[in-house]
Design a protein around this ligand. Sequence first.
Ligand code: PMP
Length: 415
Amino acid sequence: MSTDVMVASATLDIEKIRKDFPILERKVYGKPLVYFDNGATAQKPWAVIKGIEDYYTQLNSNVHRGVHHLSQQATDAYEASRRKIQAFLNAKHEHEVIYTKGTTDAINLVAYSYGKQFVKAGDTVIISAMEHHSNIVPWQIMCEDRGAQLKVIPINDKGELQMDAFAQLLHDRVKLISVAYVSNTLGTINPVKEIIELAHQYKIPVFLDAAQAVQHIPIDVQELDVDFLVFSGHKIYGPTGIGILYGKEALLNQMPPYQGGGSMIKQVTFEKTTYHDLPFRFEAGTPNIEACINLGTAIDYVTNIGLPAIQQYEHELLEYLTEQLLAIDKLRIIGTAAEKSGVVSFIVEGVHPYDVGVLLDKLGIAVRTGHHCTQPLMEFFGIPGTVRVSLAFYNTKAEIDQLAAGITRAVNMLT
Ligand code: PMP
């Protein structure tokens, strides 16, 4: 860890940061809210909330359509936000940044469009055993449609990809590899650089589901040399209904439109339509304008605090959380990879995860229980579900103490 990062972390003022998130002041069942469901969706800072209000009180109008002042201002803000996202990811071109409804929408876009252009009968697409349903089902649908096969990189008992087995799966009929950068259930940080380097030796493009990564780990798409990368706005303190598809220009330019409609065309006649250039070719219809603009606001907010400092602080929280949980009798952590981000899943021997979640809820503590949209992963571990604690930089060690006390109480009551 560089000294710069250590210094930055030491200067994170968590109490001040918490004041930026008004919802953290509310009570649940008369108790202060303790929010540990950040993997499902993160809370929003005032900057984003006010940004949405400002949009509707000052700017509301359609983008790329009107000659009038408001429409021009809204369009400027919409495109300025795209440039913020470009800078955040270090994409080479702003037209490589495409607004979508979210991670799921972006994966479906690529599965449909890339699949139509590049995947033929007998080809293979590779995913991993720890994927979210969003990064399984669209590829399954596409493979079925194209007559291709879906292969799965296996994992070990710690929840790490088996890289030797991965290497064995590579051959020249593999048309795409799609893996999570960070597992939403296990917190595993996958060795994405290594995956990309290996895949590129076979000229196979790599698609990263960064839904659980962008808010925790600094990402440079050019340095990674990743071909596609997607994430959701709502998990990085931004609005819902907005996500990003980053794709290399050369690939996106070869891909057919996913949806037809307004904004994505150059010329329409009843005989033939010609399509707009990137990024608009993939942005049919009126977008979620206030969300596109305020994803930029959220990214400014995160960038101002500094992702390296956030990463350092969240890592400290993760270590503390893991320690506290391991001290609880009958509790087993699911997902013990060497490289982890701020997610801890666990089960308590003899207790259903749902019952733990309900008891914690009564104490004002929000966690997620269930299969976390990773049913094949639950099957691998032979469990119905887990309790998942997912961290954000506004969480504190004091909240982790409350959580540990709550779980201990639940274990004593239920076993
Ligand atoms: N992939 C991963 C790893 C996720 O954690 C999630 C959200 N839980 C998704 C995809 C889907 O994201 P969204 O629901 O925002 O489209």
